[in-house]
Ligand binder design. Sequence first.
Ligand code: ATP
Ligand code: MG
Length: 261
Amino acid sequence: MFGIVKIRHEEKPRYEVTRFPVGGCRNIIEEQEGVSFKMKKLFITGTDTGVGKTLVAAGLLHALAQQGKRVLGVKPLASGAEMTPQGARNDDALLLQSAMNVEVPYETVNPLLYEQPMAPHLAAQSLGQTLSVEALMASMQPALAIETDYTVVEGVGGWLVPLNPRETVADFAKTLGFDVILVVGMRLGCLNHALLTHQAMVAAGLHCAGWVANIIDNNMLALEENLADLQGLLPVPLLARVPFLEVPTPEQAATYFSELP
Ligand SMILES: Nc1ncnc2c1ncn2[C@@H]1O[C@H](COP(=O)(O)OP(=O)(O)OP(=O)(O)O)[C@@H](O)[C@H]1O
Ligand SMILES: [Mg+2]
């Protein structure tokens, strides 16, 4: 049985935010008990479901860990679980966990898990539950309380996946307030999806730290022309161009980052 974990809201930390004009990542200087440390917090979204958010997020975690950074990956909401001797597990969360270097319980990486691999609000509905930004934020408190150099959160599906009739993943991203990385699954239709998603995140007042071209269609026609168009049209840095990988692993994906956020 899976369900929503209710955790009491804790007092929000105090932040001092420095914005870079284009691209780059905001430095979040967090103060706790008089000690301040820099944390970078990133939200990974994509042009659709199945476009490589998890692979790119895990690749980024691996690349940052190789540079000696303390990194945590989070998949706050997942649908699709396998039963293991340790309990129910989600593939995305396990891949993120394999690439990060902070030891935390599985439930901190993936606090909300639904068994059925379907749109998460429908999976919740099938159990008589309702998802909400408030519930997601509450479930993420243990992860947000962990001191890291980078906390990388993977979204669910695309940018406007509904949580309930009034809220979407975009509202969750907005409430988190993290910088966003857009993973573009390079295939026919990606120009429209990439531009719509970028426009929506800007309209939400969020800062896009960059985008990743993830080549999921090995036979895409006019790939170079599509890439050139996106580089011209998206006003944020291209952080990585990940080719179609025969064996897509975080270690492999990590090698294609030309710029780290
Ligand atoms: N560059 C690539 N080369 C080959 N396979 C890839 C590549 N990127 C992603 N894949 C594969 O495509 C599938 C979907 O990728 P991934 O799970 O990262 O997508 P996602 O956007 O996180 O999906 P979801 O919306 O379900 O979370 C996985 O099997 C992954 O290994
Ligand atoms: Mg995923």
